[in-house]
Design a binder for this molecule. Sequence first.
Ligand code: NAD
Length: 497
Amino acid sequence: MDRVTHFVDGKPWTGDPGRQGDVFDPATGVVSARVDLASAADVDAAVRAAERAAASWRDASLARRTAVMFAFREIVSARAARLAEAVTAEHGKVLDDAAGEVRRGLDVIEYACGLPALLRGGFSENVSTGVDSYAIRQPLGVVAVISPFNFPVMVPLWFVPIAIACGNAVVLKPSEKDPTASTLLAAWFAEAGLPEGVFNVVHGDKEAVDVLLDHPTVRAVSFVGSTPVARYVYERGTAAGKRVQALGGAKNHMVVLPDADLDLAADAAVSAGFGSAGERCMAVSVVVAVDPVGDDLVARIAGRMAKIRTGDGRRPGCDMGPLVTAAHRDRVAGYVAAGIAAGAAAVVDGRDVAPAGDPGGFWVGPTLFDHVTPGMPIYTDEIFGPVLSVVRARSYDEALELVNRNPYGNGTAIFTADGGAARRFQHEVEVGMVGINVPIPVPMAYYSFGGWKASLFGDSHAHGAEGVHFFTRGKVVTTRWPDPRHGGVNLGFPTQT
Ligand code: NAD
């Protein structure tokens, strides 16, 4: 049985494993590895290693940091397939999808390769006679990243390269459900020349998270996960005086107006609803069909769903893999039952799926409900599985109100041929990431990723300029180089002269 260990101070942890958890192959249901679950002392050791490293890494020249980042980029790029295999083996998503996640992670590494430009400050000459001011941004010190199971490569890479490029040292606590990818990233960062202790990985659960949230040496926390935990992390971390960005769950609506290209909309709904078995924070889980397109759109979506092949993500030809754990499979299947009990029309019931894979896998096939209403649990809750709900709306205004009334505000999309309607939607909708005829509008690395309302606690989005801002703090220096004209003692408040 493989053991997945922490990675601290530049090397794999060889100490006593202490508590451990099971890691499953979700396509077979078999335990594939045991992961160490960090104790408070283990987390403290990682934070101490990061603290020692941060003291010198902040002084590493921009040229040196850039060289490490380019070397890391080359290694990840050359071994992208290996990383994708590790994701598929523990998460279950199909290999192509895992490769896409690695690519989006590489985008952020490449963005961080531009760190000298990202960290450039500002200078003002002669703010007063003979006095100059300049603004610089400096690293925070030790920062923590806590990530979810559904993107074991991309989400850590939203934060880690930028934090390190900015001169911080990082302790990553990835999801204990699919821990291998992050340990690979840590080993490859070390191989790229990153000094020991600048990037540490501790595996674990709430016990490890709580130590990071309370630890006085940890200056900032970037969290991604479900809304209840995001809220908890934000409140506990900020109460301990830390800077916290906590990205939470989602219930993403896709509005289809009557003038939309219905084939494009149906393709988009199926791709964004069932890709990664719906285990994406930007998955479409609600299609709002504005009258009179409902019947036609539902028929087109159902027709496409019949062609989706659910099975082992390693097998060629499979489009959708299993769910991550048996417990999650049961939870999603429970929502399908709850949808039927609440009176929604089950157009396709994924519990009947015949997967191309081991019967022991955690399977639920693509599921489609029509005539869903806002009071039903399949509408109110984030299911995080392959369950798509169609809600009928009588007008654009009714559709917009539905989106804006929802407590989440991560992503949304509108499908229409009318530029004016699209522009009105982008202006009026209370959601952080908006797609116009694009179903999963995940911003590129050089823009920032983040939702509104219950989808994000804190005011900084991930990566892009906001990421650089989050991992640095500003300092403004005002200088005068005295000369004989300095004017002598003056107790008055300094003003521009
Ligand atoms: P989760 O909230 O269960 O876990 C996230 C992290 O928190 C993991 O590292 C986990 O070990 C830790 N954790 C879990 N319970 C905890 C507790 N009680 N106290 C402290 N730490 C705890 O989320 P998940 O199931 O791994 O991931 C799926 C969720 O993440 C979904 O809700 C999804 O929408 C969300 N997500 C959001 C985004 C985004 O950008 N907004 C991106 C990806 C995933």
